[in-house]
Design a protein around this ligand. Structure first.
Ligand code: YK8
Length: 177
């Protein structure tokens, strides 16, 4: 995979998990800025292996000239049972972007790892794999790869910026109290 974020934040691991994976003000602001709409969260469920999974559906707006203006997305998240409160959280998110050209050829696997560094510090790592369901013709493969990585990098650059701002605001607030 390709790594987008590998950063230590002055935020506890539980708090960052909460911000990124529960319905937080931060995530709803982020989604609004990115013009995500019609967000539907399904509840977490335990699977046979003891991991937890859930589905999130939303519509994204795209500025890629080769893609339509909007696309429906299905994101299936797995919270691995190896995760431990106050220590680490490992989440895989399989993202299917319907409606984009060649959508039946590929999907996205994003891995989020949150680990405790200290009581009020954690490391966040996010990496991505581009997975193919069927082998595309060489030119098509190149086209998918190029558009895939540019779109993803844009998204995670934005997330990294917003997280840096959040860290600032949270630490200013804690110094006042
Ligand atoms: C999630 C991966 C590919 C897709 C896009 C496909 C273009 C195809 C063009 C043809 C538009 C938020 C992306 C980036 C849309 C956004 C998806 C996001 C960022 C000509 C080949 C949505 C993480 C995520 C995963 C996959 C991303 C899509 O949290 O290029």
């Amino acid at each position: 995979g390709r790594q987008h974020i590998n950063e230590v934040y002055r935020i506890s691991v539980d708090k960052l998990y909460d911000i990124l994976f529960n319905k937080s003000q931060f995530m709803s602001d982020f989604m609004e800025q990115r013009r995500f709409s019609d967000v539907v969260y399904h509840p977490w469920k335990k699977d046979e292996a003891g991991h937890q999974t859930r589905e999130i559906m939303y519509t994204i707006s795209l500025s890629n000239p080769l893609a339509p203006k909007t696309a429906a997305v299905t994101e299936t998240q797995t919270l691995y049972k190896a995760s431990q409160e106050s220590e680490c959280y490992i989440i895989d998110a399989e993202v299917i972007t319907h409606d984009v050209p060649y959508h039946d050829y590929f999907y996205t696997l994003n891995r989020y790892m949150l680990t405790r560094v200290a009581k009020n510090k954690c490391r966040l790592r996010i990496s991505t794999e581009l997975r193919f369901r069927k082998q595309p013709w060489g030119l098509v493969k190149g086209l998918i790869e190029k558009n895939f990585w540019s779109g993803l990098e844009e998204n995670f650059r934005h997330l990294e910026m917003e997280l840096a701002k959040l860290e600032e605001v949270m630490n200013e607030a804690s110094q006042l109290s």
